[in-house]
Design a protein. Structure first.
Length: 77
C-alpha cells in the first residue's frame, strides 16, 4: 500500500500599505510571512516576501488614464 499525503493548512500573515506621497504619486508595499515548517506542494516555496512599488499617474505627460509603475520584490525561503 502506498502512503499518500494528507491535506493541511499552512498559517501566515500579510500586511498591505498604500500611501499617496504627493498628488498623483504614491507608494504601495506588501509583506507576507509564514512559518516555513510545512512542505509546499502546489505553491512556490516562499516563506517571507516584501514588495515595494512606486506609481505615477499619467496626467504629467497628457495620458490621464495611464499609470506608470516601478516595483521590486524580495523573497526568502
Amino acid at each position: 500500500m502506498t502512503r499518500t499525503r494528507a491535506w493541511y493548512a499552512q498559517c501566515g500573515f500579510g500586511l498591505n500599505r498604500e500611501q499617496e506621497i504627493v498628488k498623483k504619486v504614491g507608494v504601495f508595499s506588501r509583506m507576507h510571512w509564514s512559518d516555513g515548517e510545512d512542505e509546499a506542494w502546489v505553491f512556490a516555496d516562499v516563506n517571507r516576501t516584501a514588495t515595494l512599488r512606486l506609481s505615477v499617474e499619467g496626467e504629467a505627460w497628457h495620458r490621464p488614464d495611464d499609470t506608470f509603475g516601478l516595483a521590486g520584490v524580495a523573497n526568502g525561503l
